[in-house]
Design a protein around this ligand. Structure first.
Ligand code: ZN
Length: 674
């Protein structure tokens, strides 16, 4: 059927003109009305890599991982010291990397993302220059490697660059490549050791980490082995400050040394509370866990020393986290620390909640809600999606000048004085613990798979707790706000394909499209297939891919398989094109002998969608009828779709999409009144 539709579209295009291959896009301006041909959505084309993965049995076309699916899982041991006097983080790590791929690897890629702050490194935004990462030792299986010698400037007449030799490593911006003398065979392992240091960038840094005086947050701070996956092999896109990250799930054992009197929050579970916290502080944590109350563990100021174990000038906090795709930590001597717990799985399980914030006026909302809203978010997202899988969740205030940032079991956020805004921000960043922290998609290339899905989930959680529509807080934490943001841009002619890598996307549309448009696409899909089928399929997709690397095609296939429908037209329309939806009532006219009335719907946009109609009659009854989406396929692409209903009792009103399931960019033409 798709092929027939395509060939018809092709014929009509060639009939129009033999010379012109392009034409102005039909306007969404209703004053122009429905001019021009109806564009028809084609099938979803996989990348060759995905098609190969299906042939290899690591992927399927049902949205589930294939029987031969594999994923890498590095193990990190890290010891790091924060020296705030000299503003320096110094680390030493050992990574054990077992090759679970069937392929032999001839090299290893390692991210050095702090190099985005080095002079001369490409990036999409200006940042303070800190010098980037200093590598003092890189070794492989105990053998020290040397930096490949490179001339500072290469004349254009120079011979082609030689690849680095075994025994060397090369640093290319934010990525280090290490060639292997002997390829790493399937099932074999290597041990990478790196000693490194860097200066945390001053706030607002890259908007994701850095330091603000004595508040430090270390994100993207250690050498991290890039993802080698079943579809693309090595995926080591540079960190350019715009798009986010792609990471393997891994195990971390981290020992973090800070000045005594500085509290450390981190991904994972604190393993040595006795050696860093006083008995009083440990008791407070225990009370919070037992009672579920919000308990103040630490208050900054003269009495703060009483919360820490007495020892030397520094303290080493030992954190362990398994099956997480990153490790981050924050530290300060200015933080208050509130502790509580979340109840999940219908009260059968608990999650420890920690919140760290300054007692300042701009951060006033944190005193009220830092711990409470983090708990609420874990409980809401666990109820809407599935159970939070880790024992701990922490939120931190500071460093950022806008919004928040997610790390596994950790979030970092701007100071908020407004409680509802903090609740929304915490719901969003905590919401990321599902997408992408569990369903580990490639955020760099497909930001909509984490940001858009989270945006949608946040609206569900906030609606349960605070109602909708609601006043106050952040408009984009609700479906109404997300719709307003997306349709405003679409009306302005800025609708955009989402299948564009994050670092190539227009920066001014990044949020509106990846976040709000995707949120609206999920809402439209829910309207199309029904809430139960949507929710069941969406959750099944996420759970299926927890700890793995879903591609867009896995999501498309999972939603089609889960709902039992061919939705390729929907995915092509909404993800691959910048096609707005703008249906309007064209006419309501009695036909034939007058017994029937024909309702004609005109499509002035580009997105084909079914037309749910409410027909109100003079006796007050409301008839609900749907025009299926196929109506737009008629005659190789139609701009008008029609349906017949009984003329009597007299029709007084016709409304398109009365439940507002779909993001129609112009609702004022959706209603016809007698
Ligand atoms: Zn986000």
């Amino acid at each position: 059927m798709r092929i027939a539709v395509l060939s018809l579209a092709f014929l009509s295009a060639t009939a129009m003109s033999l010379s012109s291959q392009t034409r102005p896009a039909p306007s969404v301006d209703p004053t122009v009305t429905a001019q021009g041909p109806r564009p028809l959505p084609g099938p979803v084309y996989e990348t060759p890599g995905f098609t190969r993965a299906v042939a290899n049995g690591t992927r399927t076309r049902t949205g589930a991982p294939g029987p031969k699916y594999w994923v890498q899982h590095p193990r990190y041991q890290i010891a790091a010291t924060l020296d705030p006097i000299h503003n320096r983080v110094t680390g030493r790590e050992t990574v054990v990397y077992v090759n679970h791929a069937p392929d032999a690897l001839d090299r290893i890629a390692v991210h050095l993302r702090q190099n985005v702050f080095a002079p001369g490194v490409p990036r999409r935004q200006p940042v303070p220059i800190t010098g980037g990462v200093t590598l003092s030792r890189v070794s492989l299986d105990g053998r020290a490697l040397v930096l490949e010698p490179r001339p500072a400037a290469v004349p254009i007449t120079a011979p082609p660059e030689q690849p680095p030799q075994p025994g060397q490593y090369v640093v290319d911006g934010t990525v280090m490549w290490i060639p292997l003398g002997t390829p790493l065979k399937s099932g074999d392992s290597l041990r990478l050791e790196v000693n490194w240091s860097y200066s945390p960038a001053p706030a607002p840094a890259d908007g994701r980490e850095g330091h603000d005086g004595h508040v430090y947050f270390q994100g993207y701070w250690y050498p991290e082995i890039a993802v080698y996956d079943d579809v693309d092999g090595w995926v080591a896109d540079p960190y350019l400050l715009e798009a986010e990250l792609y990471m393997d799930h891994a195990d971390y054992d981290a020992r973090l040394t800070v000045p005594r009197g500085w509290v450390v929050g981190a991904t994972g579970t604190l393993m040595n509370p006795e050696s860093v916290l006083s008995k009083a502080a440990r008791d407070s944590v225990a009370v919070a866990r037992r009672t579920g109350r919000v308990v103040r563990v630490l208050t900054p100021g003269p009495g703060a020393a009483g919360a820490f174990a007495a020892s030397g000038p520094t303290a080493t906090w030992h954190y362990v986290a398994n099956d997480v795709r990153d490790f981050a930590w924050g530290s300060s001597d200015q933080y208050a620390w509130d502790q509580t717990r979340a109840l999940i799985d219908s009260g059968r399980d608990t999650v420890n909640i920690s919140s760290y914030f300054r007692l300042t006026a701009p951060a006033a909302a944190w005193r009220v809600g830092g711990a409470r809203y983090t708990r609420d978010a874990i409980e809401q997202m666990s109820a809407y999606l599935w159970k939070y899988p880790w024992p701990q969740m922490s939120s931190m205030e500071g460093v950022l000048d806008g919004g928040g940032m997610e790390y596994p079991m950790m979030t970092l956020m701007q100071p908020w004085a407004d409680t509802l805004s903090l609740a929304g921000d915490l719901m969003h960043e905590t919401g990321h613990m599902w997408f992408p922290m569990q369903a580990g998609s490639n955020e760099t290339r497909f930001p909509w798979m984490d940001e858009g899905f989270t945006q949608f989930d946040v609206a569900q959680g906030m609606k349960v707790l605070y109602g909708a529509p609601r006043r106050g807080g952040r408009p984009n934490d609700s479906e109404e706000g997300q719709r307003a943001g997306y349709t405003r841009a679409a009306r302005a002619g800025q609708d955009h394909s989402l299948m564009v890598p994050g670092d190539e996307f227009p920066q001014d549309l990044y949020f509106t499209m990846y976040y709000n448009k995707t949120g609206q696409i999920l809402a439209a899909l829910r309207g199309l297939v029904g809430n139960d089928a949507f929710h069941r399929s969406f959750v099944a997709y996420g759970r299926e891919w927890a700890g793995k690397h879903p591609e867009p095609y896995d999501f498309f296939n999972a939603m089609s398989a889960g709902t039992g429908r061919d939705l390729s037209w929907f995915f092509t329309t909404w993800f691959y094109h910048g096609w707005p939806l703008d249906q309007g009532v064209d006419s309501v006219i009695a036909v034939g002998g007058g017994d029937s009335t024909e309702i004609v719907i005109c499509d002035m946009g580009l997105a084909p969608m079914p037309v749910p109609l409410a027909v109100t009659r003079s006796d007050g009854t409301v008839q609900r009828v749907d025009i299926p989406v196929d109506a737009w396929w008629a005659n190789g692409g139609s701009r008008r779709a029609r349906i017949r209903v009984a003329t009597l009792p007299e029709i007084t009103r016709v409304e398109i999409d009365p439940d507002q399931l779909f993001p129609d960019v112009r609702r004022e033409n959706n209603v016809w009144k007698r």
